[in-house]
Ligand binder design. Structure first.
Ligand code: HEC
Ligand code: HEC
Length: 287
């Protein structure tokens, strides 16, 4: 019936589209960008971190890495707390992405010590043997130009200080990249809140057991060798070849990690595997 009255049809169709646009596009802007979304602990990038971000975009890291943890159980378990909109207020452009040839990097900050990143960026296979990530060794050869950072500040209105800009002297693009990676997702204190506690008495369920030692050896190669060396003589982390912690303390250390020391928490391995690691480290030399 209406299709025979073009003017009325036109008006109704336009109204329907406008209502749709308003609900799906205009209202979310009003709801999302409010003061309530601000997170006070989120700070702008320093000039060094911003340069790292620009190199990240130039090198196309975002073609293999996303930067957003979705609010799904599997993602939160793998990467950490899901991303909050207020964490991205200083990102222009956003690098959320959806393609994951490599893992998500939204919570990479603080996961590894700087030394791990330098080695991994220069030669990913040295840290993760089966990695298909390319080498970025050449970033150590390019120095950062403080004058260029000053121009960025003036053009884009970034809140850089003179002291920050002059500290760029002598820094390379690799330094900038590592500084940027360490900042990602670390503005909110999610690591503390995600911590689980070890409760109760800790007793090694199978001390000196051969099968447990063997299982621990495989776990060690997959999870620890990259930082403590294949033969336990130490590299990024200290040597572990002369055990000095008793079983319970060693369990606790591997479970909790060392905050700000660069030793990650391995609570996610579960206690059976953690005890196998303890058996490998403490009893592998026993007859
Ligand atoms: C061809 C795809 C590809 C490109 C391009 C790429 N990566 Fe990766 N990246 C990977 C893969 C696969 C892994 C997982 C294996 C590993 O750790 O090396 C990875 C791992 C990482 C990790 C460790 C993540 C973790 O949680 O252990 C970091 C950090 C990283 N990449 C940073 C970068 C940066 C910075 C760039 C750009 C300079 C980049 N990647 C470019 C594929 C890629
Ligand atoms: C990303 C690098 C990294 C990985 C992976 C890693 N560690 Fe560590 N680990 C460190 C660093 C760095 C320290 C020193 C931290 C400090 O003392 O502040 C450390 C310290 C330790 C210590 C204390 C040693 C001492 O002398 O104080 C033990 C024990 C340990 N790690 C065991 C392990 C085990 C077992 C694994 C594998 C499940 C592992 N680590 C994986 C980096 C790593």
């Amino acid at each position: 019936m209406w299709e025979k009255k073009p003017v009325i049809l036109l008006i109704l169709a336009t109204a329907a589209i406008l209502v749709g646009t308003c609900i799906t596009m205009v209202l979310p802007f009003v709801w999302v960008n409010t003061e309530a979304d601000r997170i006070t602990s989120v700070t702008p990038y320093t000039p060094l971190q911003q340069d790292g971000r620009d190199v990240y975009i130039r090198e196309g890291c975002n073609n293999c890495h996303s930067q957003t943890v979705r609010p799904l159980v599997a993602e939160v378990l793998r990467y950490g707390d899901y991303s909050k909109s207020g964490e991205f207020v200083y990102d222009r452009p956003f690098l959320w992405g959806s393609r994951r040839t490599g893992p998500d990097l939204a919570r990479i900050g603080g996961k590894y010590p700087d030394a791990w990143h330098y080695k991994h960026m220069a030669d990913p296979q040295s840290m993760v043997p089966r990695s298909n990530m390319p080498d970025y060794d050449f970033l150590t050869e390019a120095e950062i130009d403080p004058e260029y950072s000053r121009k960025k500040m003036e053009t884009l209105g970034f809140p850089f200080t003179e002291a920050q800009i002059s500290s760029l002297e002598g820094k390379t693009e690799m330094d900038a990249m590592v500084a940027y990676l360490q900042k990602l997702g670390s503005d909110i204190p999610w690591r503390q809140s995600a911590k689980t506690e070890v409760v109760g008495e800790l007793a090694n369920p199978s001390p000196k057991d051969k099968a447990a030692i063997r299982a621990g050896q495989l776990l060690y190669a997959d999870n620890c060798a990259m930082c403590h060396a294949e033969d336990l003589t130490g590299d990024i982390g200290p040597a572990l070849d002369e055990p000095y912690l008793d079983d319970a303390d060693l369990f606790r250390l591997i479970h909790d990690g060392i905050e700000d020391g660069g030793m990650p928490s391995f609570a996610a391995l579960g206690s059976a595997r953690l005890w196998q690691l303890v058996n490998f480290i403490n009893y592998r030399k026993q007859p």
